[in-house]
Design a protein around this ligand. Structure first.
Ligand code: BES
Ligand code: ZN
Length: 759
């Protein structure tokens, strides 16, 4: 990309643009405590317990049965219960009171919302109007399109013989497999009876029994109250291998041994976490390794984290994801964000705890490397995010909670907590951490609840270290505060320095000690290469490190992003293999994005996607499709502005032409490599065009070929005019630079006779 605003500039600029008042001033009527992504009327009724009774039908790709919600009335006058659903067919609703009478209840489905789904409005029968406790039973079936469920045919599993089903409820997808109050503000206990084909095993985010008899009828109990996004199920040819006393791994048998090896440190991680953050409140901690289409690196389903098989690098180098999901047992599962705008309370805290675990289990150096890589990703995200979306706790009423802020919640959240730790000292901060988790255990809090707690228990208690206003800057302002601690790593610094030295030819590739480096250092090296590296150098690097065939998913991701950005075509075949090997969104989406945005490969990227999409999860598919949509829109915008400009030219409308150009537009006519005429600014261009139209009343310009490359549009224009009664015509190449929807520069290369195609 030729005109990238440097991250540093962006941060300085966005901070300067902020006012002194840090507390957000949302649109009038906005309620910071409300969950804008749920229809549930939780101020009238609240669910305490869920009882599921479900059949797993692989042929119909459907779960069907009943969900019974034990609900408590909080508003004496309420006569309607509103639940969240999405693509569910509701077959009937009955309500029982605590003394057992069950009455059929009227219900209707409201209007469907793209992201929130469809509200299910249930009328409480008159005879139950005075009851405080209601058991609402809903018979339903899920749609094969359920956004939470992926039904995999045997061909997309490791074993290839049995089908597989798994769920992904976060953020707002639980409603697509269970009708319920789908908001993190409500915590429920649950139990489930699940029937599957007899040869398969079902597991849930509950009390899985490693020794369960495989007979197709399974019962689960989750006695600790959890938010709905932590409801989870998987069914398949799943087996168990122990890791430690309290820990183990579930997966298809083909991956079981490799998984037990890769995640062998899980028991130690759990014990370290307990020593650092307080008691582990959930009983067992097991891992479930899913087929490749699992859309995330990991998902912190309680007692049973779900993981992508792309972590199986063979060298335990990617286990930070396990540290992360385990840490969610405190931040997220024990103390939960009240709404998705407060997601940093889950993900920022967890990223911070993850680094603390990595430091103890592995080394300070390893944690430092992960910190730097996270920080670099944050800077890239800042470049793409509107300032208001760069706040840790933005004001949000719409959008998709799965992806509205990139990595801000994670890495900016992590930096905020590191900043606090640094200011008060680790010892003091660790006491604060322990108290925080015990004071809010099994609770749900907003950013503002956290801020008040922080103020009272840390900032005021240790006055003179950090002010409330400083904390508010992190929460409500874009970019990073000027006094943020920027992570550093000696090993990554060395890798970056060598990338620069090798790029410029000062260092030979044989002298780079790749063999001593962590995969993280290799990632950083690749990201630090000179932008203008020649294909010969890229080939040398690929040949030395065998990057195109790496089995380390993070190295592969990093390399193929560069391959796509730089259009290094010799590696395109392996790039395509990478896109078919992995389904985790993080590993494939940025590669498609880099192709779509390199100015030439949008179409090939769409073709590669068409060939791979059947192995991806619906959430991954949707996310990649949005990349293509945006890239296509960007291309259309730049090209269409040039088209409008040319049309205005042909209409001889100088005013209309000028609405397409920036105030300081530069127009250069180039002949034989030399600038022949140059026009700067709108006024000069207007005068010149008016004169030209007068002297050449019959001239026209027609676009013969147009192509967009980044913000540049190259156009072959055919100019025609009458000269002495004879029609003349010539072609010229013009390059328009389009910035922020306006033409800012035009290079017009002297005319030449038109070829057959005009190109
Ligand atoms: N809870 C998230 C996954 C998630 C986030 C699902 C938002 C839906 C909406 C999980 O804990 C997570 O953060 N996974 C990361 C792990 C990484 C940061 C170590 C992932 O999948 O990349
Ligand atoms: Zn997480």
């Amino acid at each position: 990309m030729l005109h990238r605003i440097s991250p540093l500039f962006l941060v300085v600029f966005t901070l300067a643009a902020c006012t002194q008042s840090d507390v957000p001033e949302p649109t009038p009527g906005h309620d910071l405590t409300r969950d804008y992504f749920s229809f549930a009327n939780t101020q009238k009724f609240v669910t305490d317990h869920l009882s599921l009774d479900l059949n797993v039908d692989f042929a119909a790709e459907s779960l069907h049965g009943t969900a019974t919600l034990s609900m408590r009335r909080v508003d004496a006058d309420a006569v309607e219960i509103i639940l969240d659903t999405r693509d569910l067919s509701i077959e009937g609703v009955s309500i029982a009171s605590d003394d057992g009478d069950s009455v059929d209840a009227d219900f209707r489905l409201g209007e469907r919302h793209d992201i929130m789904g469809t509200p299910l409005v249930i009328r409480v029968p008159r005879e139950l109007a005075a009851r405080q406790k209601l058991a609402v039973s809903i018979s339903y079936r899920t749609s094969p399109k359920s956004t939470a469920l992926q039904w995999l045919p045997p061909g997309l599993t490791a074993g290839g013989e049995h089908p597989f089903l798994f769920s992904q409820s976060q953020a707002v997808h639980a409603r697509s497999w269970i009708p319920l109050q789908d908001t993190p503000a409500v915590r429920i206990t649950y139990e489930a009876a699940i029937r599957t084909p007899p040869e398969l095993l079902a597991v849930m985010s509950a009390n899985n029994d490693p020794a369960a008899q495989r007979d197709g009828a399974y019962r689960f109990d989750m006695p600790q109250p959890i938010p709905s996004y932590l409801l989870a199920i998987a069914v398949g040819n799943i087996y168990f291998a122990p890791i430690g006393e309290q820990t183990g791994v579930y997966s298809e048998p083909e991956m079981l041994e490799a998984s037990a090896f890769e995640f062998a440190d899980t028991q130690a991680m759990l014990e370290t976490a307990e020593a650092m953050f307080g008691p582990y409140q959930w009983g067992r901690y097991d891992l479930l390794i899913l087929p490749p289409s699992f859309p995330y690196g990991g998902m912190e389903n309680p007692r049973l984290s779900f993981l992508t098989p792309s972590l199986l690098a063979g060298d335990r180098s990617l286990v930070a994801v396990v540290a992360h999901e385990l840490a969610h047992s405190w931040s997220g599962n024990l103390v939960t964000n009240a709404t998705w705008r407060d997601g940093w309370l889950n993900e920022g805290w967890t990223s911070y705890l993850e680094k603390r675990l990595m430091e103890v289990i592995y080394s300070e150096e390893r944690a430092a490397e992960e910190n730097v890589l996270g920080y670099r990703e944050l800077l890239l995200d800042f470049e793409e995010l509107q300032p208001e979306m760069q706040a840790l706790a933005p004001v949000l009423e719409s959008g998709n909670p799965d992806d509205f802020q990139g990595t801000v919640h994670y890495h900016k959240g992590n930096l905020f907590l590191q900043y606090l730790e640094n200011a008060v000292g680790r010892e003091t901060f660790d006491v604060f951490i322990g108290n925080y988790f015990s004071d809010f255990a099994f609770g749900t809090i907003t950013t503002e609840d956290f801020l008040d707690y922080l103020d009272e228990n840390l900032l005021s208690a240790h006055a003179g270290k950090v002010t409330r206003a400083q904390a508010e800057k992190w929460l409500y302002e874009p970019g990073l505060p000027a006094d943020a601690l920027i992570p550093t790593s000696d090993t990554l610094d060395e890798a970056a320095a060598m990338a620069v030295a090798w790029s410029s030819g000062e260092m030979a590739i044989e002298d780079i000690p790749f063999a001593n480096w962590s995969p993280q250092a290799t990632v950083h090296f690749i990201n630090s290469l000179d932008a203008d590296l020649t294909p010969v150098k890229l080939n040398e690097l690929d040949a030395t490190l065998d990057l195109s065939n790496t089995r380390n998913a993070e190295i592969g991701r990093t390399w193929f992003i560069q391959v796509a950005m730089r259009r290094y075509r010799p590696a395109y075949e392996q790039l395509e293999q990478h896109l078919r090997r992995y389904g985790r969104t993080r590993l494939v989406k940025p590669v498609y994005k880099a192709l779509a945005e390199n100015g030439s490969d949008l179409l090939p990227a769409q073709q590669m996607f068409a060939a791979a999409r059947n192995i991806y999860h619906p959430l991954t598919v949707a996310s990649i499709e949005s990349v293509f949509r945006r890239a296509a829109e960007a291309e259309i915008t730049a090209a269409s502005i040039v088209r409008l400009y040319v049309a205005a030219h042909n209409a001889r409308n100088v005013d209309a032409m000028l609405t397409r150009v920036s105030d300081d537009v530069r127009w250069m006519s180039i002949d034989g490599g030399k600038v022949r005429t140059e026009t700067s600014g709108k006024a000069e261009l207007a005068a010149e065009m008016a004169g030209y139209f007068e002297s050449s009343p019959s001239s026209r310009s027609e676009i013969r070929h147009i192509q967009t490359v980044g913000g540049y549009v190259s156009v072959v224009e055919q100019a025609s005019w009458l000269s002495g009664g004879v029609e003349k015509s010539q072609c010229a190449l013009a390059i328009y630079e389009v910035e922020e929807s306006l033409i800012s520069n035009v290079w017009y290369h002297a005319a030449q006779p038109c070829g057959g195609s005009g190109e």
